[in-house]
Design a binder for this molecule. Sequence first.
Ligand code: AMP
Length: 172
Amino acid sequence: MDEIEALVRHVPDFPRPGVGFKDITPLLASPDGFARCLDLLCQPWRGAGVEVVCGIESRGFIFGAAMAARLGAGFVPLRKAGKLPPLTVGVDYVLEYGMDRLEARIDALRPGQRAIIVDDVLATGGTLEAGRRLVEHLGATVVGGSVVIELTTLNGRSRWLGETPLHRLLAY
Ligand code: AMP
C-alpha cells in the first residue's frame, strides 16, 4: 500500500485555493503500481457476483473499466450531462459551487443486475451518491462501491448506503 500511496501527488490549492488535489496520474503511469492498485481494488469483489462496474466520469472510467475487465463484468459509464446520445436518464446533484448531473443510457442496466460503482476520490460524497441513485433508478442492485482515495475529514461516507460495502484503498 505504501508503494501506491507514494504514487499519489498532493497538489495544494488546485483547482481552487484551499483544495488539496489528489493527482493519480503518477499512479496510472506506473506499470507495477497501477496493476497492484487494480488487484487491490478488485479483491473485495471477487466471488461477489458483480455483473457490471459503473464508472463515474472521468477518472472513475479509468479504474472502473480496468476493474470490469479483471472481474469478468461489463462496464457502464455514468457520464456528465449531454455526453450520451438519447435516450438517457439522469440525476442532478449539488456540488460545493453549483449543480452537476450524471447520466446513463436508459437501457444501460437490467433490473436486478448486480452493480458496483467506482470513482477515484470520495470527497463530500455527492458524486458517488448521485451515481448510486442513478444506478438504482435504472433498476440495478448496488452491491457496493470502490474508491481509490477517501478524504475522511469530509465524511462523504455518511452519504453512502448503510450496510452496503464501500471499499477504499487510501485514506487521508
Ligand atoms: P465529491 O462529490 O465531493 O465526493 O467529489 C468527488 C468527485 O470530485 C470525484 O469524481 C473526484 O474525482 C473529484 N474530487 C473531489 N475532491 C477531489 C480532490 N481533493 N482531489 C481529486 N479529485 C477530487
